[in-house]
Design a protein around this ligand. Structure first.
Ligand code: AMP
Ligand code: MG
Length: 414
């Protein structure tokens, strides 16, 4: 097996190129609108009618002809129209005004709305506030300005949240077609691991990775299948990988380093794996492995992708955010795949000098004045507690001696 250790950006590009090449999930299901929240849209949604469906007032005030508004002008108020109703009288003519509420249709003949704040009205005579002028179209959203009937509002592949549900509801969609969720097999490997119901001996470690991964898988729209812990033996790993490759994606934690009992890659290789990379120049997470196994015989799928994630819990989670999430999103039918980075100011000096790109557990603090990132103190990639004290990862590029307080750095959101 030849090693292929890539710089971070190349490793990410490799994942993204495979992820964006995946065909959309084949299976769709129809769900009531509210149950589609968090799922991925498998149909497109087009405007059911013009939006707004009429020239809509955006203010409480008076529908008028803009040309009639000038210093000191007085207008005659001939009626009133409210949201949920329409003007049925004669079209408005010169010198007239019709009281109108926000969301009501503009009466024929009017071309603008004068805000109520800019008027005084007594006995159907409206006086325009001193110096106030009005443009044609002011305080009105014309029919069809937001969308015309048939315009595409949401494409296939959009993750569904409040904004998307509002669009679907505005088009009268009581149910939506969404993609079925991909199955993700999770295999924790390691002779030191015990499950939650066991009392660990002093030299044993509880299996936390399976839970972190299952939670991350769910958050990215997959169905997590936690398989039993695999011991560091060929037999155990063979059995678990045979089981896991039936899923849409296989995640292994542990066993991908250089130790004598790190056998995961060996078993993947003998199972016919194609390795796309066998490491990335990142810290934590350098031994991460990405590849694919020929799809199981009975499945129409050609490949089952897998990740071998380094077992240290922070490495596992960082590698999930960087590499697993994009592939999983693609399997779930999404088209927005790349991890999300933002920029923030470093709160304090951080020692650099590493030859790899680092992703340090950190806390992003947003105030009105500034967005800053504080690197949390940690004991290295086994420190689950420090990782949980943060809410993001500060990204520190390779080969920089010191990162100074106040400098802008990238932040990986989680
Ligand atoms: P490995 O990548 O197999 O060399 O594992 C590195 C370290 O990560 C081990 O020494 C364990 O302490 C820890 N580790 C491995 N797997 C898990 C797991 N499933 N849950 C929590 N910690 C783990
Ligand atoms: Mg191990």
């Amino acid at each position: 097996m030849t090693e292929r250790v890539l710089p971070f950006n190349e490793a990410l590009a490799e994942v993204l190129s495979h992820a964006s090449g995946l065909a959309a999930p084949r299976e769709v299901e129809s769900l009531p609108l509210l149950e589609t929240s968090g799922r991925v849209l498998a149909q497109s949604i087009a405007a059911e009618r013009d939006q707004p469906p009429f020239d809509r007032s955006t203010r409480d005030g008076y529908a008028v002809r803009a040309v009639d508004i000038g210093a000191g002008r007085m207008l005659h108020v001939i009626g009133s129209v409210r949201a949920g109703d329409r003007w049925t009288g004669q079209p408005l003519t010169q010198g007239e005004a019709i009281e109108i509420m926000t969301g009501a249709p503009l009466p024929a003949g009017a071309d603008a709305v004068l805000m109520v704040e800019h008027t005084t009205v007594a006995e159907e005579v409206l006086r325009v506030a001193e110096g106030r002028l009005l443009r044609s179209g002011e305080n009105v959203v014309p029919r069809g300005a937001e969308a015309h009937t048939g315009d595409s509002l949401l494409p296939v592949g959009r993750p569904l949240g409040a904004a998307e549900l509002a669009v679907a509801a505005s088009c009268g969609c009581a149910s939506l077609q969404v993609f079925t969720r991909p199955n993700v097999a999770i295999v924790a490997t390691g002779d030191e691991l015990v499950e939650l119901d066991a009392t660990p001996e002093p030299w044993q470690i509880r299996n936390s990775n399976s839970y972190a991964l299952a939670s991350l898988v769910r958050a990215e729209g997959g169905i997590a299948q936690r398989l039993a812990i695999a011991h560091d033996t060929l037999a155990d790993l063979r059995e678990r990988i045979a089981q896991g490759r039936e899923a849409d994606l296989l995640l292994l934690s542990g066993g991908v380093s250089m130790g004598k009992y790190d056998l995961v890659e060996q078993v993947l290789a003998e199972s016919g794996a194609e390795f796309l990379f066998t490491g990335a120049l990142i810290q934590p997470g350098k031994p991460v492995v990405f590849g694919r196994l020929p799809g199981p015989g009975k499945s129409p799928r050609q490949w089952t992708y897998f990740f071998g994630l380094p077992g240290n819990p922070v490495s596992t989670q960082v590698c999930f955010h960087l590499f697993v999430a994009p592939l999983l999103k693609a399997l779930a039918g999404r088209s927005d795949l790349a991890p999300r980075f933002v920029e923030a100011r470093l709160a304090e000096d951080v020692k650099g000098g590493a030859r790899v790109t680092r992703f340090l557990p950190a806390e992003l603090v947003s105030t009105w004045d500034a967005v800053t990132v504080h690197v949390v103190g940690w004991q290295g990639s086994g420190d689950v507690a420090a990782n949980a004290r943060g809410n993001c990862y500060a990204v520190l590029p390779a080969d920089v001696e010191t990162f100074h307080a106040g400098e802008t750095v990238r932040v990986l959101l989680r």
